[in-house]
Design a protein around this ligand. Structure first.
Ligand SMILES: Cc1cc2nc3c(=O)[nH]c(=O)nc-3n(C[C@H](O)[C@H](O)[C@H](O)COP(=O)(O)OP(=O)(O)OC[C@H]3O[C@@H](n4cnc5c(N)ncnc54)[C@H](O)[C@@H]3O)c2cc1C
Length: 417
């Protein structure tokens, strides 16, 4: 009988743990072909295959892909690295390696779902199925207490009903052995040049960071009562880059928190961490529910009167961290150097762009997309939409007055940067 080969298309799921797609591909095939595409729709290359944009985001991504390849090698696997788009290369790969089926994780944002649909159409012509998996959220959409179309737009309602009526599933175990399709050349990772510091990408690094959070005496415990005047949690786990690229699954983080709760009791920072995971789910489900309308319905009253030329200069100054506003410039410089800023920092620079410079928020969101090492379409565009008062959650429509916000966020006291 003919050998069954499944192509496993990795995207923002660069891990072995809690990866249903990988587990099922191994179970249902004789051999698998794990593949990652460095898609030029996201990253530009020079003629020698070097990545042109030497920023922190590129560095982190390449580290994550390299780490996945190493993890796969440890269990008898490997990762085929293609510098090109899935649309361009998938049909040829399927034919060359006689692939019976392609597995991948479903995304929610338009750019990503369009790529999936294009690939699905191409595969359909070859009579090969593209199987979709869901593995990006804490709660599977099937387990929610409402169909996608009825998910509450108000975050507090979403949170209350979900926590009350849905369960977080256990993680899938990491596979221990892989049988590989035979490949002559597994492809080289793109080169990149950056002086960026920042965290190291990859599943192992993400898990190590997660474990360090729950060592007694670590920041997560120490910061509980660090703000004497308020009970607002002030903690930032800095897990977002690994979560965004799927080096960590949200369920892995959730169960690590639950385990810590069992050992040490509850803690405001633990709740804050889980609240963050719920916000993350909420934005993904909002995308699923409203698709592009999540943005296009936005009515902003922030049209600039400065004129196009001045707007351009203002936008550039915002990007370069040279606006003259100390806090905004500090955060933008930090973003440019490390690819990460705190949530408070994001709120401040977004508020400044929209309500002080009166620029189009889409410009700000696009710049974040380029720079953030934790860039995640739903989280980025959803949060920007909320700041632009166009999100679907009315409670997010705070007064985005910069000075009030800086006071409200109590930045001098607790901002970790
Ligand atoms: C304008 C703007 C743009 C943003 N863009 C992104 C983005 O591209 N990617 C991204 O992961 N987050 C984004 N956020 C949300 C949030 O700022 C970051 O998730 C958070 O700062 C990451 O730090 P942390 O890991 O210490 O978070 P923690 O506070 O420790 O939270 C734990 C995890 O929960 C998730 N989370 C927490 N808050 C949010 C939130 N408001 N929305 C979505 N997820 C959340 C993150 O995955 C985070 O790692 C954005 C926020 C704003 C205001």
């Amino acid at each position: 009988m003919k050998e069954k080969k499944i192509l496993v298309w990795f995207r923002n799921d660069l891990r072995l743990h809690d990866n249903e797609m990988l587990v099922e591909a191994i179970a249902k095939s004789d051999s698998i072909l794990p593949v990652y595409f460095f898609d030029p729709a996201y990253f530009e290359f020079d003629t020698e295959g070097n990545m042109l944009e030497g920023n922190s985001r590129v560095k982190f991504l390449i580290e994550c892909v390299a780490a996945l390849r190493e993890s796969l090698k440890k269990i008898g696997g490997n990762l085929l690295v293609i510098n090109g788009s899935p649309e361009e290369h998938m049909p040829a790969l399927v034919e060359q390696y006689e692939i019976a089926e392609v597995y991948h994780h479903r995304e929610v944002a338009t750019k990503e779902t369009t790529v999936s649909s294009n690939v699905e159409d191409l595969l359909w012509k070859l009579k090969v199925n593209l199987k979709h998996f869901i593995g990006h959220t804490l709660y599977n959409k099937e387990d929610l207490p409402f169909p996608i179309k009825d998910i509450p737009d108000i975050f507090a309602q979403f949170k209350k009903k979900t926590e009350r009526d849905a369960i977080v599933k256990a993680c899938f175990l990491s596979p221990e052995v892989i049988s590989l399709v035979e490949v002559e050349d597994w492809g080289a990772l793109p080169e990149y040049h950056t002086a960026s510091a920042g965290p190291l990408g990859g599943e192992e690094q993400g898990i190590a960071h997660l474990n360090e959070l729950f060592i007694e005496g670590s920041e997560i415990y120490a910061r509980v009562n660090s703000r004497a005047n308020t009970d607002k949690p002030v903690y930032s786990s800095k897990l977002s880059p690994w979560l965004a690229l799927g080096c960590l699954s949200p369920r892995k983080v959730y169960w690590a928190v639950k385990d810590a709760e069992r050992r040490f009791g509850t803690n405001a920072n633990f709740n804050h961490l889980i609240l963050g995971l719920l916000w993350r789910d909420y934005f993904r489900f909002m995308f699923k529910k409203h698709t592009l309308h999540y943005f296009t319905d936005i009515v902003t009253e922030t049209d600039s009167v400065a004129g196009a030329a001045q707007d351009e200069l203002n936008l550039q100054a915002w990007k370069d961290g040279t606006t003259g506003h100390g806090l905004v410039d500090k955060y933008m410089n930090e973003l440019n150097v490390s690819g990460y800023i705190s949530h408070a920092g994001r709120l401040v620079v977004a508020t400044f762009l929209i309500y002080v410079l009166k620029l189009n928020w889409l410009e700000g969101a696009a710049y974040f997309e380029q720079k953030l090492i934790d860039y995640s379409p739903a989280s980025n565009w959803g949060n920007w939409a909320n700041v632009a008062m166009g999100g679907k959650d009315p409670r997010s429509k705070n007064t985005f007055d910069l000075d009030k916000q800086i006071k409200m966020l109590d930045l001098e006291i607790y901002d970790p940067s």
